[in-house]
Write a protein that binds this ligand. Structure first.
Ligand SMILES: Nc1ncnc2c1ncn2[C@@H]1O[C@H](COP(=O)(O)OP(=O)(O)OP(=O)(O)O)[C@@H](O)[C@H]1O
Length: 802
């Protein structure tokens, strides 16, 4: 079997019953086989060759299985594969009342008993909610095939509400589609369920002797998924659809006791199911070339959903009572045949070139805006980013010439295009010079093939050339100044290297400019001496080794590696000061040490002032003593009457004067220091506060804020600065409406997950109660026997007067 080939999977689901025929239906221990035993009919005599027991092997037997487990077994994988681009079909087949609708749609009144369709819808939208890198749209259609007529169960949901559009099954290269069938975009689970319930309400219900509510039509609920993923600059579109099919009952006509309209319905159903069976048999036969899909509307619509490129699952619903054993056998046969069909599912991918162009245009315009913003931030104005004009190119050319001649030290660069142009111009100059060198060399030398030993020997014999000679000549050429590398050291190294190369070769006697150029290191290369190169290379290798040993972790990985319980604040603070807070901690420490130094200085100055003060006091006392002694001894005055003092007193007075001056200066210094200390203290306080607040943020981000909130707060996340204050994000304050909705969801029997289901159900019920009321009012005003447009072939439930 081909690697991608698969078989259609078939399951049997047994409807629970109190009268389960244990002797007739037996399940194998592997839960995959089912045996049917029918007692021989004694009335048919001794010769009775009718087969009495059958064994069927399927992919699973669902007996007494919950809706949830049924979904997990039958549909979950198919739906998740549909989300990656594979078409999927799930079909319920079986006799009337065997539980097809229960399996497919489920009991719409209770969330727990919901069937495959609502569960598939939920799975799709849950997956969408989790996908971050793709843009997914979901659309829904609900088709009914009733008596070979196609009906749109959602036509009441279109703006016109009209259902008179002529519908037809159309084949096209992309597959089959139903022309005129409305397809509705849905934004969420509730929206999609609204459509399901609306369609369910519109289904044709006919009176039937086996089951009063049995549906007499085939219904196909389709979920179309389109996801657009950006792969580099391409937009990849993945399209898939999930067909969820509830077939009409497959029982025999004779058994139903139907008559009139219901008999006609049963005939149509039997015919389309028998065509379906023929298609299944044909598909299972690899030799069959033509598959008659067009025989019935059902088989035509299912053309690309049966086998082929699609994942297909069949659920055969059977009744457990002995009474229905014939139908059970027929359903099991059908299921076994389905299992023979081989499928080869493929992903439906297309590339949206228009979308790609649009995305690129959008990105260019965004980048232009960003550039403009950057320019305005660094006060650069009048920078253009379009292609360079001829004048601009000429300007660059002239600047390069000026630069090469040493007239200017720099070339003005304002954008990337200019950088490219500068390199282009340099390349042109290099090429031009290479050409000139080659021409010069060719005019001087003759090129001889290095393997042409005869010519070389002859030339050497003639003394025209030898190895040393050509080296000499080369040196002539090499020592000519070249404008490319203005650095003379570099030039020397460059030529040194090439000369060594030539010496080593020693076989080539004459060189063309081209040969020379091939041996010279490329002029565009930066020449690094071998020694330097070794050191740098070694350092780089060490770096690489270091990096290899400690691979840099992505942020998300770091977050995911956070400890289960946060470290103590004291421990974390020490870590913070070492890492993220090291800079602010450094500034804080610096400020603190300045403050400490000022304080020290201030106390030194204060101490000095005190000493001065003390000295001044002492001198004052000594002076007083001197004065007293003088007055006791009698005072002397000069001719002008000025008091004469002795030298000791004079010296004391002078010392006091000096001390006063020193005191004044020290006092002023102390005042300055006090002001400085105050300012430094303020800075230290601010640094401390900043250190603490930064630490608090770091601590919360590293150990407390949940990862998903952090992701949302990242620049690319859902929450951008200015949208919601951080405290609002953290405590997620609810408004009244949110609180009400949360309470409402908490009260739901199956928790918040069931909210969409119940809301959709409520909306549909409300709508139809309203419609019924309005119809009742209208009917009351109609004459008896008046036929409504909607009553053409179906008895819509909301037209019943209740
Ligand atoms: N597995 C089940 N568990 C509980 N109830 C079930 C189960 N299967 C079917 N039923 C009940 O049996 C009744 C008939 O089932 P349902 O309408 O699904 O049959 P059906 O095969 O769709 O019939 P029809 O061919 O007429 O559409 C419903 O009341 C349904 O709730």
């Amino acid at each position: 079997m081909h690697a991608a080939e698969k078989k259609v999977r078939a399951f049997v689901r047994v409807k629970p019953t109190a009268h389960f025929a244990q002797d007739v239906i037996k399940f194998g221990p592997d839960n995959k086989s089912i045996d049917i035993y029918i007692k021989k009919d004694a009335k048919k005599g001794v010769v009775n060759n009718k087969q009495t027991d059958w064994s069927f092997k399927l992919d699973g037997v669902l007996h007494n299985t919950s809706q949830e487990l049924t979904y997990e077994t039958v549909a979950k994988k198919l739906v998740s594969e549909a989300l990656t681009g594979y078409n999927g079909t799930i079909m319920c087949y079986g006799q009337t009342g065997a539980g097809k609708t229960y399996t497919m749609t489920g009991a719409t009144a209770e969330y727990k008993h919901r069937g495959i369709i609502p569960r598939a819808v939920q799975q799709v939208f849950k997956a969408i909610a989790c996908s971050v890198d793709s843009f997914i749209t979901v659309r829904i259609s609900y088709l009914e095939i009733y008596n070979e007529t196609l009906c749109d169960l959602l036509s009441t949901m279109t703006s016109s509400g009209a259902s008179d559009v002529q519908m037809a099954v159309v084949d096209c290269p992309q597959g089959v589609y139903v022309k005129g069938l409305s397809i509705h975009s849905v934004s969420g689970e509730e929206d999609a369920l609204n459509l399901l319930f609306e369609g369910e309400t519109n289904r044709v219900i006919a009176e039937h002797s086996l089951n009063k509510n049995s549906s007499r039509s085939h219904c196909i609920f389709t979920i179309y998924i389109e996801s657009r993923v950006r792969v580099l600059s391409d937009i990849r579109c993945i399209n898939s659809k999930i067909n969820l099919i509830d077939l009409a009952g497959s029982e025999r006509l004779s058994k139903t006791g139907s008559e009139g309209r219901v008999l006609k319905e049963a005939a149509y159903i039997n015919r389309s199911l028998s065509f379906l069976e023929q298609i299944i048999i044909a598909l299972a036969d690899p030799k069959r070339e033509h598959i008659p899909f067009r025989q019935s509307k059902l088989t035509h619509v299912l053309k690309d959903s049966l086998g082929g490129k699609c994942n297909t699952v069949l659920v055969a619903n059977i009744c457990g009572e002995a009474l229905h054993v014939e139908e059970t056998l027929s359903s099991l046969r059908f299921a076994t045949r389905m299992k023979w069909i081989t499928t080869e599912p493929v992903v439906n991918v297309t590339y949206d070139s228009e979308g790609t162009v649009k995305t690129l245009e959008k990105e260019i315009s965004l980048l232009k805006q960003e550039l403009a913003m950057h320019d305005s931030l660094v006060n650069r104005s009048l920078v253009t980013y379009g292609p360079l004009t001829d004048v601009q190119v000429a300007e660059i050319k002239s600047q390069i010439h000026e630069y090469l001649q040493g007239n200017i030290d720099e070339i003005d660069i304002t954008n990337f295009r200019q950088v490219q142009e500068v390199f282009r111009q340099f390349k042109l100059i290099v090429r031009q010079q290479e050409g000139e060198v080659e021409t010069r060399l060719r005019s001087k030398y003759v090129l001889i093939d290095k393997n042409d030993f005869a010519t070389i020997a002859a030339a050497q014999k003639l003394g025209i050339v030898d190895v040393d000679h050509h080296l000499l000549k080369r040196q002539d050429v090499e020592t000519k100044p070249t404008p490319v590398s203005p650095n003379p050291d570099e030039k020397k190294k460059k030529f040194g290297t090439s000369s060594e190369q030539f010496k080593k070769e020693g076989t080539k006697n004459f060189f063309s400019g081209k040969d020379l150029a091939a041996h010279l290191p490329s002029k565009s290369q930066v020449i690094i001496p071998n020694k330097n190169l070794d050191v740098k290379e070694k350092a780089r290798n060490e770096d690489t080794a270091k990096n290899d040993a400690q691979p840099s972790k992505p942020v998300s990985e770091e977050i995911s590696q956070r400890p289960s319980s946060p470290p103590s604040r004291a421990v974390a603070f020490e870590q913070f000061k070492e890492e993220c807070g090291s800079e602010i901690n450094r500034i804080f420490k610096e400020n603190k040490s300045i403050l400490l130094a000022r304080r020290k200085r201030s106390s030194t100055v204060a101490r000095r002032i005190n000493i001065i003060k003390q000295e001044m006091e002492d001198i004052k006392k000594a002076l007083e003593a001197q004065r007293q002694e003088r007055s006791q001894q009698g005072e002397y005055v000069d001719e002008k009457g000025r008091l004469i003092i002795d030298e000791k007193e004079f010296l004391l007075i002078m010392k006091l004067k000096d001390l006063k001056e020193e005191y004044r200066c020290s006092y002023a210094e102390l005042q300055d220091l006090k002001a400085e200390i105050q300012y430094c203290q303020h800075l230290v306080d601010r640094c401390r506060n900043k250190l603490i607040s930064e630490f608090e943020i770091w601590y919360s981000e590293s150990f407390l804020i949940p990862t998903h909130v952090q992701n949302a707060l990242k620049p690319s996340g859902n929450i951008r600065p200015g949208m919601i204050p951080i405290n609002r994000v953290m405590c997620l304050e609810e408004d009244e409406q949110e609180r009400f909705e949360r309470m409402q969801e908490a009260m739901l029997p199956a928790g918040p997950d069931s909210a969409a289901f119940y809301k959709a159900k409520m909306k549909t019920d409300q709508k139809h109660t309203y419609n019924r009321t309005m119809s009742s009012l209208k009917l009351m005003h109609k004459k008896p026997g008046h036929i409504t447009a909607a009553g053409k072939h179906r008895a819509l439930p909301f037209l019943h007067v209740t």
